[in-house]
Every structure is written in C-alpha cells, then in structure tokens.
Design a protein around this ligand. Sequence first.
Ligand code: SF4
Ligand code: MG
Length: 332
Amino acid sequence: KPPLLEVNQLRTYYPIKGGFMQRTKNYVKAVDNVSFSLNEGETLGLVGESGCGKSTAGRTILRLLQPTSGSITFAGKDITSIKGDSLRKQRRDMQMVFQDPYASLNPNMNVGRIVGEPLQNYERTSEKSVKLEVETLLEKVGLPTSAYDKYPHQFSGGQRQRIGIARALVLRPKLIIADEPVSALDVSVQSQVLNLLKSLQKDFDLTFLFIAHDLSVVKHMSDTIGVMYLGKLVEHADKHSLYKEPLHPYTKALVSAIPEPNPERKKDRIVLTGDVPSPVDPPSGCFFHPRCPHMMEVCKTSEPALKEVRTGHKVACHLYNDGQPSIQINFN
Ligand code: SF4
Ligand code: MG
C-alpha cells in the first residue's frame, strides 16, 4: 500500500523586506527541502524548537500555504498545486487541530454550530441529521450531549480542545494535523487529551501528523519521529530507534532533556549553548554547527544531506557515513 502522505523536497519560503543595503536575503526558508512519507493509520511526530518550520510544514501540507517548490502527494494524488473546487474537496480529507483551544473556537457560536459548521458547508443535509451527528461526536470526545447548546467560554481548556477535536472529525477526514494540541493545556489534562486522540485514531482510522516542541509529548503517540532544525529535517526514524539511539547531536540533546523518572537510568543532560540562530540569516554549512558539541571543520562549509544510515533511520550529519560514524567519537 502506498503511503497516505508523501512530501518530497518541500520548500516554503516567506518573502521578507530587503534589509540594510539590500544585503540580507529577501526570503526566509521556513521549510527547506523536507521529504518524508506517512503510512495510513500511523502517527508521525514532527518535533523542533519554535521557529523551526514545523507549523509551516503542517500548514503547507494542508495547502493553507502555497509551497515554493517540491511536491505533496495525498492518497496517490498530487495535491501540490490543486486549486478551487478540487482543493475544497481535498480539504475534507485533511483537518487541523490547533494549539490554542481559546483562540480557535468562535466565542459567538454555540458548540453545536461550531462542530456542525463544516458539515453544513460541505453537505446539504438536514439540521436534524447534523445535530445527531454532532451529538454522536460530542460523546466520542468525552463531552455530554448537553454541551450542544453551550458556548466555548463555559468550558475548561481541555474541554475546549475536545470541542476542537470534534469539529476536526465531523467531515470524517483521513489525516489530522495536530499542531501542538496540548501545549496550551495544564499538564494534568495533557495526557487525557493525548489518550483521547489515540483512541479516536483507532475508532476513526486516522493518520496523524503530530507537531510538538519536545520529544516527551510525542513519545507515546508516534510511530515515527521527524526532528526539524531551522527549516530542515535533520533526523527521521521509527520511534524506538530514535529514542534509544538518536544519531544527530541535536536529537541527542532533545532526548537527554526528556524527564526520566527512574534515577538509575538517568543520563546526563546535554545542554546546548547558544540560541537557535535566526532563520533570516542561517549559518553556513550545517545549520547546527555553531551549537554542535561535535562540530568539525567540514561542518562549517558543507551542508550534510539527509541519508539513511540504518534501516529506516535517516540523519543529516557529517558524523555518519554508510551507517558508521565517519570518525571515532565518544558520545557519552
Ligand atoms: Fe554537528 Fe557537523 Fe553533524 Fe552538523 S554535521 S550536527 S555540526 S557534527
Ligand atoms: Mg508553531
């Protein structure tokens, strides 16, 4: 079976105003040459610090943004440049759950209208059948059907996110792009919402692109993980090999930052020095080189390509060559 989603050499550049003496570049490479595929029913966790391009990647895949180049294939169909009615039809299959359940729900609409609106837009169906469908979904996301007549402000943050999830499900999409869906919520409700998403994935045959800024949130959700840094995918692997044996020095630092409840297994935290450089004027060579504890001369001038160094495990780093570190390094 072909993957549900295939992204090939995707680039999304934002134009920016020319800087001093027009010497700055006139665009930001928010997503720069990103390729991956996602199988039906699976979850890809896309992880990176804020500004790394992960949200832009998600919005480009949904075609809320027009890619600069590259291709997006959904269920075997090239959707990179579709427009108008075919884009509108395509959007039924791909829905988004947003980070902020406060901002993403219209405060003037009751829950019934919020959740039912996409259905009304797409199908000329009776009010009564929309209501039935909405009530079914409210129960599926763990809300009472009495929520139907209430307004967003009458709910807690976690409940509002459940409303947002019900709305995303009402058209029975195949793919859900969840952009940091729990990062605005109290830690105590985060795992409830994550568990809900997991059980809905089974019930509704969903495929997830799950965007997060740290690896702990996506750990239990994902089948594969992609790590982004300054617009580039620097590592992509199945969950187990990524957490057990991260290859990219940046991923190693992210993995070392995951809280480990068992003190005997506690590893030393790798603390990166320096901030994420500005994407307007990224470093030369490997974008990570100014912060990398293993930086070599070649890293300053040559950009490493993402390549498979073990089965299903891809990394963009000069340390790896044909599955072996090209030089001897003690990573601990
Ligand atoms: Fe570090 Fe060089 Fe690898 Fe970049 S290519 S992550 S600078 S070792
Ligand atoms: Mg974001």
